[in-house]
Structures are given as structure tokens and as C-alpha cells.
Design a protein around this ligand. Structure first.
Ligand code: ADP
Length: 367
């Protein structure tokens, strides 16, 4: 995303959009789930950048995608031509930006970073494209949020390596076709289903990233701890992994919170006790639910007796944007089997009542 500090991927990095050009606190737009981490301060972004793997070898998990990318990159290197455009799909924090940077680094090519929400006019994209160099990797994060006119410009560039530059205004405007060097577009999206067919079809390959299992997250945490110079006990790594919602970004963030607690309150030891105490302080429960997740679940179970209740009513009752509840909270609760979506609204499962320590019968009578 725009506010992330780019890491040197092996060639020059051109962050096309300046930090802050996307309003990080603004609405997610019609299609965008809000990643709460994207709202974090720039310090968090820098801390995150410091933990990014730089090579495919350092990238943990996602074995299928890993193999697919490895073949793609080897093929490109041996033929001496840039790889086909590739689309990285999956929820926030699973490594899409990291992989885009790795692709550029592995190919020894420059990387240019931009994102869908900042490309609202075809002209903005044309100006980015007319500056790409041979073999450059152009990373467009949140590509599903690009404007329609910009998409059309992108189709031409992806397929024919050409942009139509419009000169002049009004009826006298003419469009001059400009050949551009062969580049590789790496698109990232949290909502592959929202991409128009013609755009999806122009990617040579789509990599679908999945949530990580606890063992993979423990490896990521051990690596991060090493980079931060921390002695993380294996039991603590396993505990943090279990509360990380299958997401490396969350795992690394929780690690930093445990480190903070251990340094200030715990004598510097990152063990199981420090982990439990720190995560209790930061209100991350044993299953990885945070304050907002629990507030939603609590409202659903207690106030609405388990549902069914409409999404917007649920969001209002916890004082949150509908997009945040739908895009951030719900996917996790669904995945955990705590909530189900029905045509009549959201329903809590018996596991949700159990997680909150409630009796479904008694809770129903609270209505
Ligand atoms: P996305 O672009 O999908 O939102 P990022 O690529 O920004 O996610 O990754 C978020 C953080 O998680 C980064 O700091 C990165 O270091 C870490 N991370 C993601 N995937 C991995 C992985 N497979 N191995 C190690 N660290 C990872």
C-alpha cells in the first residue's frame, strides 16, 4: 500500500504514489475491505518492511504458489525475457507485496509501486506506463479499485505494450500511440472476484494465497525474532502463531507487542508467560479475536440473541463502518465457525456462544 516503505528489491524502487496520497483513514470505497493494519502508523509500516523476506528462499509457506513462481522466474531468466503478468490474490497481510518485491529482486529488475485507488484517471496510468523501463516490474496493489477508464488503458499496455497518449483537450484532442518497453505487471487484490473478466484474462498466471498454518507462522515468527535480535521461546512462538489468524502480518505485529511487554514489564524474556500477559493486555484472546471481533460477536449473541441480524444493524451496534465489519471481522469469524451468513442475516453458531462463555438459551432470553 502507499504508506508502506519500499524495500530495495535488488534494483531501483519507484514508489509512484507518494505516501499519504491514499487517505489511509478514508472509506474503503465500494469494493475495498479495510485492513486495520493499513491504518497503522508509519512506524508500524517501517517495522513491517524490516521483516520482509527479500528472496524466494526466505519466503515461508504457500508451497504451491512458491513452486509456481519459482518455475515462472527460472523460465524467464533462462529465456532472457520478462515473465508474463501475474496476479496475486488473497486476504491482506499474507505476502502479496512481499512477493511482488521478491519477483523484482529475483529478476534483478527495478520495481515501481502504485495502487488502484490512486489511479483514477487513464492519464495518470498512461504517465506511469510511459515511464516504465525494459523488464521493469510494475506493482499495482488493490488493482480491483482502479477506475474503469484506467483499466482500459491497462488492457492495451498489458497486451500490446502500447499506451495511447492523449494530446490536447476537447474536440481537438488527438491520441498518439506510444510503444512501451516489455514490463511485467504484478497486480494484487483482496477481491479477485471483483476484477473484470478482460483484466483477469490478461494475467498469464494467478497465484491464490491462502492463510498460513500455525507451524508456518511459528517459522515466520522465529525468523522475525532473529532479525529483531530477540530470543523467542518455541512455546511462545507457537502461542503467538495460534493467535495470529493465519496471517504473517498479524503474527509479526503480535511479536512486537510481546517484545514491548517483555522489555518493559517482563525482564526481557519472551516466554509463554510474557506472551500470555502481553496479549491479554492488548486484548487478543486465545483464538486470536481482538476487541472488535469480540464486540461484534457479543452484540450478535447477547443483544440480538444469536441473530439473524442484518450487517448494517450489527455494524451500527458496535459503532463501526459496515465495510470494516464485512471485510475484516466477518471473514475471520466465518473461518473460525463462529458466525454464518444466511439470507435473513448473520447468525451466531453455538461455538460463538461457547467462546463467550454464554448459554445460547439464556442469551436468547435477554432479547
Ligand atoms: P500483503 O501485501 O498481502 O498485504 P505483505 O506482503 O505486506 O502482505 O506482508 C505483510 C508482512 O508479513 C510483511 O512484513 C512480511 O514480512 C510478512 N510476510 C508475509 N508473508 C510472509 C512469508 N511467507 N514469510 C515471511 N514473512 C512474510
Amino acid at each position: 500500500m502507499a504508506e508502506r516503505a519500499p524495500v530495495d528489491p535488488g534494483g531501483p524502487v519507484h514508489p509512484v504514489d507518494t505516501a499519504g496520497s491514499v487517505d489511509p483513514a478514508g472509506p474503503a470505497g465500494p469494493a475495498g475491505p479495510v485492513d486495520p493494519v493499513e491504518l497503522a502508523d508509519p512506524g508500524e509500516a517501517a517495522a513491517e518492511a524490516a521483516l520482509r523476506p527479500h528472496t524466494l528462499g526466505e519466503f515461508v509457506g504457500q508451497r504451491r504458489v512458491w513452486e509456481q513462481l519459482s518455475v515462472l522466474l527460472d523460465g524467464s531468466r533462462s529465456r532472457g525475457v520478462p515473465p508474463e503478468h501475474l496476479l496475486l490474490a488473497g486476504p491482506p497481510g499474507l505476502g502479496k507485496t512481499t512477493l511482488a518485491m521478491i519477483v523484482a529482486a529475483e529478476l534483478g529488475r527495478p520495481l515501481r509501486i502504485t495502487s488502484g485507488p490512486v489511479i483514477q484517471h487513464a492519464g495518470e496510468l498512461a504517465s506511469i506506463l510511459s515511464n516504465v523501463t525494459e523488464g521493469e516490474v510494475l506493482f499495482v496493489d488493490e488493482i480491483h479499485r482502479m477506475s474503469r477508464p484506467a483499466e482500459e488503458t491497462l488492457y492495451l499496455a498489458m497486451e500490446d505494450f502500447r499506451v495511447d497518449v492523449v494530446v490536447g483537450r476537447g474536440p481537438g484532442a488527438t491520441s498518439i500511440p506510444l510503444d512501451i518497453p516489455r514490463f511485467t505487471l504484478v497486480g494484487a487484490t483482496t477481491r479477485a472476484g471483483l476484477l473484470p473478466g478482460p483484466l483477469r484474462d490478461r494475467f498469464g498466471f494467478t497465484a491464490q494465497l491462502d492463510y498460513y498454518d500455525d507451524a508456518e507462522l511459528a517459522v515466520i515468527l522465529a525468523r522475525s525474532a532473529g532479525l529483531l535480535g530477540l530470543a523467542l521461546a518455541p512455546a511462545a512462538a507457537a502461542e503467538i502463531a495460534g493467535r495470529s489468524r493465519g496471517t504473517p502480518r498479524v503474527a509479526n505485529r503480535l511479536l512486537r507487542r510481546v517484545r514491548d511487554w517483555a522489555e518493559v514489564r517482563g525482564g526481557g524474556t519472551l516466554d509463554l508467560d510474557a506472551t500470555a500477559a502481553a496479549l491479554e493486555l492488548y486484548e487478543v484472546d486465545a483464538r486470536g479475536l481482538d476487541r472488535l471481533d469480540r464486540a461484534v460477536l457479543d452484540a450478535l449473541c447477547r443483544r440480538f440473541g444469536g441473530g439473524p441480524v442484518g450487517l448494517s444493524t450489527l455494524a451500527v451496534s458496535v459503532g463501526e463502518e459496515t465495510e470494516t465489519v464485512e471485510g475484516v471481522v466477518e471473514p475471520f469469524l466465518l473461518r473460525e465457525g463462529l458466525l454464518v451468513r444466511t439470507p435473513r442475516g448473520r447468525l451466531a453458531t453455538s461455538a460463538a456462544f461457547a467462546h463467550l462463555g454464554l448459554d445460547p438459551q439464556a442469551a436468547g432470553r435477554l432479547l
